[in-house]
Ligand binder design. Sequence first.
Ligand code: PFF
Length: 510
Amino acid sequence: MRQKWTSKIGIILAVAGSAVGLGNFLRFPSQAAQNGGGAFMIPYFVSLFLLGIPLIWIEWAIGRYGGLFGHGTAPLIFNRLWKHRASKYFGAIGVFGPLAIFIYYIYIESWLLGYAFYSLKGTCTHLSNQAGAVDFLHKYQGISSKDIFLVTYLFFVLTFIVNFTIIYKGVKGGIERLCKLALPLLFIFAIVIAIRVITLGAPVAGHPDWNISNGFGFLWNPDFKALLNAKVWLAAAGQILFTLSVGIGVIITYASYLSKGDDIILSGLTASSLNEFAEVILGGSIIIPLAFAFFGGAGATEIAQSGSFNIGFVSMPLIFTKINYGMVFSFMWFFLLFLAGLTSSISLLEPAVAFLSDDLGISRKKAVSILGVISFLICQFPIFFLARGVVDEIDFWAGSFFLIVFALAECILFVWIFGIDKAWNEMHHGAELNIPRFYKFIIKYITPLFLIFVLGFWLFQQAVPTFLLKGVARENIPYILATRLGFVMLFIVIAILVRKAHKKHFQVKE
Ligand code: PFF
């Protein structure tokens, strides 16, 4: 008997938990500020309505459909949608992709727990300037010295244990329970911090124009020229997929624990709305307006361009040193990010567990143990070779490339091969809300075409130079190549297991 969610709110919070993550609070503001500020929001919302929402419904529908056959992951579900021998290998991305993201995501998540601890200890709130904050981050990462690296490692192990304990406890007792607690808590923390930000006024004496409302203006005033830049569209589409956790198979697995008559249309929309609230309203109201109010326009630009890590781990602690009760706010910030990360990372583990147990017949507990050992070993790579660019490399492929490829594959399979009419009916089983009819056109034509455009442009602009190692420091090349080799090996192992699972279920000889 496969597991099931115990309540509608349970799955909505679990999907929202997967979606709301580091992407909302760190990646989104830095992407928006780097890609035209307010103008970024136009491609962002266009991508939400033409890519994000259709894919959300597609993934929920594919997942619930697969669950009826006892499958929880893409490989064998894709095979049910398209009886071609290749389909299951596209589906293999739905097990491989989440694992690949997990491997680095959990490490960053563990820093947040570490920083929450250092906030309470007072270390984070005693940093005096940018150089000091960068130095502390590098120490924490074990890059400049190994002084506190043991602490870093212990926080990683703790985070790892927490993740696997939750997954071990299963869908109901682990994932659903955690999300029902963690999501409200993280929303409360984020709202409290956002209110504190909004009421700050102009915190730096002598700079009345460095105020919060100008900070919002800095983020939201549109630079319309940015709209002509395809890179901005690519960044917006990529952000939508990443933030909604679509295009990698995670939602398929979560939705496979639904029952036949359960609604997916309204539930999918609700979970996405929670994510968008967390991203646009909360994520957009914290870091960038704060950076502007404390460091002015030039400072905020520099910070936004320095990437999401610097914003979160360098600028934010520095800002908290300048706010009353900074220690408390600093703790709230890092702890809320840790919770957001945790509810996302467990969703990245579930597909592999579901695949091993549903399709290969291994008991859940055994599957979790096997996965625990293997992923622990693989995680060492980003931990020890962070400075070699390994995390960026994994993020680049797993967090962009596979998302787009898998999204395109599932869209074409469901809408074109399974067929739009059947797909439309499948989505509407038990629906508590009808999708407006014009969405049928969007889902059939616009979503796949948009994805093809994004993939094509991405390949042309980013993948080719990256593939050829443009801009990689000479001494890092072996590590980057090793990462790629590791990726290929992991994919081959999963593909072999997929083939085995297929044989087991369909008794065919290939
Ligand atoms: N949506 C998460 C975030 O915004 O941080 C990241 C993520 C989780 C991406 C799960 C993909 C995924 F399957």
